[in-house]
Write a protein that binds this ligand. Structure first.
Ligand code: ZN
Length: 325
């Protein structure tokens, strides 16, 4: 039985890699369709670079695929419904199995899962995240009943297995789940959880939201300001393409800084309601991101023009880290 299902999952991935876009709806749970289409699109460069490392089964109908890309081993959960395997972000049952023997402590609306009991220092960091949780409920205008936060020890074997990351502090967000390596105040990932609750419109928008509400200013020096201004010359449309965005990020470009600058501007001009509307539209229309941005916000060349102005002013004002007076 297990062997048969493992084979099915391998086959599922083989078929996924070369799927037609229209077939993808059968291979991904509907609410994450846009995520996969824009981050792990079939026939894309990123899919070609990824190798299947191994498959694990947890129950009859739940498994995970562990990938291998460079030194990274990210993993994704697949669920079988009505004889069809599908990718899902609903990882709770898998994480419960991976963290057998860990300790759970609920503080506010967050259930923290750690290998060892929380120290006083841990609890102070957790309290910061609870404050942020309350703040985000007000900003986004809805409440989330409870989320699960898995913090692994700073141990490559455990963090790779459970979190899918190995750098201390690194994390990722799933449906009502945060995973992080030895860190209990991942506010950036918490914002992702709030955004994923509504929808997903590709990494530019997703990271723009997470950095606007959950990160420090990422364009704070003259040097970074100039670099982001240079990137802007490619146009907003270029980075709205998920593959371009991720490739620029992997190459070490401050593409998060660009998305933060743009989202801060859109937030100020159009407000959170429009941002939520955009996220919702992305679920049904993930192939038409530029179109829905025009519908909900404005034409991207108007955004580009205004961002250029914002950056020009900022570059003039911001001091270079190397020329502190
Ligand atoms: Zn992020």
């Amino acid at each position: 039985m297990n062997k048969k299902q493992s084979k099915e999952i391998v086959k599922f991935w083989d078929e996924y890699k070369t799927s037609q876009t229209k077939e993808l709806r059968n291979k991904v749970e509907k609410r994450y369709y846009a995520f996969f289409l824009n981050s792990l699109a079939p026939n894309s460069g990123i899919v070609k670079d990824i190798k299947l490392d191994r498959v694990e089964l947890f129950e009859k109908n739940i498994g995970r695929i562990i990938f291998s890309i460079g030194k990274y081993k990210p993993w994704l959960v697949v669920k079988n419904k009505a004889n069809q395997w599908k990718f899902t972000f609903d990882e709770k049952s898998v994480l419960e199995k991976l963290t057998t023997g860990w300790i759970s402590e609920k503080i506010g609306k967050i259930r923290f899962h750690t290998q060892k009991p929380l120290t006083d220092g841990n609890k102070r960091n957790a309290a910061k995240l609870i404050d942020k949780f309350n703040e985000l409920e007000k900003i986004f205008g809805y409440s989330i009943p409870v989320i699960d936060y898995y913090s692994s020890p700073d141990d490559a074997k455990i963090s790779s297995n459970v979190i899918g990351e190995t750098d201390k502090g690194a994390g990722n967000a799933r449906y009502r789940i945060i995973k992080a390596v030895d860190r209990l105040d991942q506010t950036h990932e918490l914002v992702h959880v709030f955004a994923l609750e509504i929808g997903y419109v590709g990494p530019f928008i997703d990271e723009g939201i997470a950095t606007t509400f959950g990160s420090k200013d990422l364009v704070s020096t003259k040097e970074s300001c100039k670099k982001v201004a240079t990137m802007l010359e490619n146009g907003i449309l270029f980075y709205l393409n998920g593959s371009n965005f991720l490739q620029a990020h992997i190459q070490g470009e401050n593409v998060y800084g660009l998305s933060q600058t743009v989202m801060k501007y859109w937030h100020k001009k159009f407000g959170i309601k429009k941002i939520k509307m955009l996220l919702k539209k992305g679920i049904d229309d993930p192939l038409n991101i530029p179109k829905i941005i025009e519908e909900v916000f404005e034409k991207t060349d108007i955004t580009k023009k205004n961002i250029k102005e914002i950056l020009d002013n900022k570059c003039k004002k911001s001091r270079d880290i190397y020329e502190k007076s």
